[in-house]
Design a protein around this ligand. Sequence first.
Ligand SMILES: [Zn+2]
Length: 344
Amino acid sequence: MPSIHSIFRDIKALTDSQIEELFNTIGEIISLRTMTGSLYNDSREQRFSKGVACLHCGSMNVIKHGKKNDVQRFRCKDCERTFNDRTMTPLANSHVSLEQWIDYAKCMVMGLSIRKSAKICEVSVKTSFYMRHRLLDAVRNFQGVGEVSGIVEMDETFLPESFKGNHKKSGFIMPRKSRKRGKQIKKRGISNEQVCMATAIDREGNIIFEMTNKGRIKTADLERLYKGRLDPNALICTDSHKSYITFAKGNVAEHIRIASGKHKNGVYHISHVNSLHSKFKKWIDRFNGVATKYLPNYLHWFKWLQTFIDEKEIAKARQLLVNSNTFKTDICINQYRMRGIVFS
Ligand SMILES: [Zn+2]
């Protein structure tokens, strides 16, 4: 290890641009250290904001049960089981260090692929896949589907169904001949080979963005997704698709339709939802086709990035880890492989 004096000597010999680089690196090291220290505290506070409840049975009849590696353990007096701050969080029983998780969260804020993130964080591609989906499951849990009110723009967007990530080894049979990756479907218009993502966005910036069905959206799909999540006093703006007309009756106070080819009707428009969709298409493009079964996680990833759009990258990464540590998740890697397509 070099002495601090020889480091100072070396620094004096650096060029201006090297000094600037050094300055930025030191800044990063400091913020990483501060972050590591406070991360567990914040996660714990958010997780146990209503008091410490047993993670196994939910009982509040819980006592402190010693510390191990500086992690507080608890024992439930009802079910007699023990748990700690990290039990059932993405960081629990992880062989990956906290620093690697932080780097990984940063990669996710930047929207890097599984392979690129693996390289940066020095983990295998398999581990990278696992880290990604553990974090995203937790983010989904944390965000929930959401709620919208006031003036609400609604529309839907489509992506070709993808069976990427399903392997013959696990007994998967392709329902149709496989397409070359990224190749567009030939059929014109919307077919059952496309998955539909219903979207609602209000003027407060609340977003509902969920994969609902294959092909054209039906009134039943809208009912299932928006019932209880859309304020009955809301005013909705949609295009002239007829499913919305049927849905609007009885579910909202007012329905403004934008005629096809038009962008607005008086002061009402659907440009927020349209711009969200074009942003999403541009963002998801970098992944070269996401397997449909993982698409809901990617939608929540995108939505999470929109919610924290104004924060600095490092703060976003930190927030991602705090949020994802708040809720319990106990899925293991083989369960991801077995996961099927689930519509909201
Ligand atoms: Zn218990």
